[in-house]
Structure formats: C-alpha cells, structure tokens
Design a protein around this ligand. Structure first.
Ligand code: PXG
Length: 288
C-alpha cells in the first residue's frame, strides 16, 4: 500500500512522521475514518466537512482546500487500486518543539492511509451483539468536546479496554450526568414504537456520518426521529437497539448490561435500516 503524506506517496515502510510532530507528542491533531464501496467513496463531502469542523474547534488551519483534500483522498485510492475498503485521513499539528505550545508548529501534516476494515463478526450482524456500560465516562463537552474527532482517543480506548475485560466488543459510555453519550467507536440508536432516537451531540456524541444517514433514512420511512437525552433505563426498555459507524455500518444490539432488548433478536426496523444502508453504500458516493 502507498501512503500519502503532504503531497507525495510513500511505500508503507517509508511512510514516516517526525517524532517531534505534536500529533505524536500530544495527540494534537484530527482524523476521519471513511469507507469506499464498489469503486466509490461514501459520503466523502460529509467526512471532509466534519474534518474542517474538528479543525475549527482546535484552531488548526488545514493548509489545503476541501477540494484539494478530496482529491488527495481519491488519488490515494487510485494509487492503491482501492475499490472497497477503509480510508484513514489524518491531519496532525505538525513538527514543533518539545513544549506543548502549538505556535511553534508551522506546517500541519496531511496523511491518507488506505487499508482493509475489520468488521464485527458476521454472526453479530445476524443475531445481534451484547454490550455493557463501562465505568469510564465520556469526556466533558466543555473540556475536549467528543464531537471533535481528535487524535486523543484515550477516553474511548479506556472504555474499549473495559469492554474487552467484560468480554464484549463494544461499550456504552455515559456522560458525567449519567446520560447515554455513545459507544467507543459507534453511535447508538433505539427504536421505541415509531420513534427512532439517538443521543444529542450535547450529551457527548460524535456527529457521526452514519448516524446522519440513518436519521435521514428514518425520516424517509416515516419514523419520528429525535435526539433526546437517553438513560440506561430508556435503552433497557427499547423495542430495538443498534449501533452505527463507518466501520460497523449498522449492527443490532440484543443485550445491554444483562437485560434482553425487545424480543432478544434484531428487530424489523433495524433489519430494514441495515438493508437500506447497504443499498445506499453500493449505489452512491464519489467515483474513484
Ligand atoms: N463515535 C465515535 C467515538 C467514533 O469514533 C463514530 C461514533 C461513528 O461515526 P461515523 O462518522 O463513522 O458514522 C465513530 C467513528 C475503528 C473505526 O477503527 C472507528 C470509527 C470509524 C471507523 C473505524 O474502530 N469511529
């Protein structure tokens, strides 16, 4: 695989970033996880828009236009003959001194890596997954807002480790008020009657691209889509529950903290949204 760094392609072994890059020293940077399906990059415009939102929030000036970033992503796919797979777009603060002040970092670096994506086991898409709530709470929105897709993922990683310890693949994270925020790398939805609900960004959720697509599909199919604060009680008593993410797509959840959700099998609304999402990913996107 060839890796794009600041306008040039490098073989995997040669694709290197300075140890003085503040992305490494302080996790000072931002990223996007994007998918390509069937020779097209899915929701590329939305991912790049979110990248600029993250950059705005951390006062990082991306030294390229959105159109140039899109071209770099598509060029990297072409260079690697990628038709199907995962694209990691990273912008670091750049090389600076050992002090944390970013004013010494003159040149942010732009990196595009393509590869394969590890989905959850296929069996879980069919039968649903079990998840638990973990002790690590979501970062405060007024500290490092979880809406920023920053290179600081320790909050999520700690929760992921706690999920692993509990023997499950994903974890629900609550915010400091006890409301559901999201999972470590996925947004969470519930279905209750004709309502399709997901926590608001203010609860500590990422502005998920898949989340947005699913909310649109929900509206199109006549569901009442809402973003209220949700508690664990709301999740336990939902008819259906599922997670969304670029990597995971949509995956049904059938057990939370030992409580069976709905019938204990993936629900009808979830299954039809999975179908709808799969056909969208196959039929739309920016041609490579
Ligand atoms: N919340 C968090 C914290 C995320 O990191 C999502 C929600 C879903 O957002 P999108 O925009 O993808 O619908 C994410 C995205 C991985 C992986 O390697 C994680 C994500 C995306 C792709 C791969 O685990 N997380």
């Amino acid at each position: 695989m060839k890796v794009y760094i600041d306008g040039k392609f490098y073989a995997e072994g040669e694709a290197k970033i300075s140890v003085f890059d503040h992305g490494l020293l302080y996790g000072d940077g931002i990223f996007e996880g994007i998918r390509a399906y069937n020779g097209r990059v899915f929701r590329l415009k939305e991912h790049i828009e979110r990248l600029y939102y993250s950059a705005k929030a951390i006062l990082l000036t991306i030294p390229m236009t959105p159109a140039e970033i899109a071209k770099a992503v598509l060029d990297t796919c072409r260079e690697n003959n990628l038709r199907e797979g995962y694209i990691r777009l990273v912008v670091t603060r750049g090389v600076g001194t050992l002090g944390l002040n970013p004013n010494r970092c003159k040149n942010p670096s732009i990196i595009v890596i393509v590869g394969k994506i590890q989905l959850y086991p296929e069996e879980m898409y069919k039968n649903g997954m079990e998840i638990v709530t973990v002790p690590t709470t979501r970062n405060l929105v007024n500290a490092v807002n979880p809406a920023i897709k920053s290179l600081n993922y320790l909050n999520n990683i700690l929760a992921k480790i706690e999920a692993n310890i509990a023997g499950v693949e994903e974890a629900i994270m609550l915010n400091s008020e006890g409301f559901v925020a999201e999972c470590t790398g996925d947004n969470i939805f519930i279905v209750k009657g004709r309502q399709l609900l997901t926590p608001p960004l203010s609860a500590g959720a990422l502005y998920g691209i898949t989340r947005g697509v699913v909310m649109d599909m929900g509206r199109d199919t006549g569901l009442q889509v809402g973003e209220p604060n949700l508690t664990r009680y709301d999740l336990f008593n939902a008819d259906e529950c599922f997670l969304t993410g670029t990597g995971a797509e949509l995956i049904p959840v059938v057990k939370i903290d030992g409580r069976q959700i709905g019938t204990g099998e993936p629900g009808a609304v979830t299954r039809s949204l999975i179908e709808g999402y799969r056909s969208l990913t196959q039929s739309s996107g920016e041609p490579i």
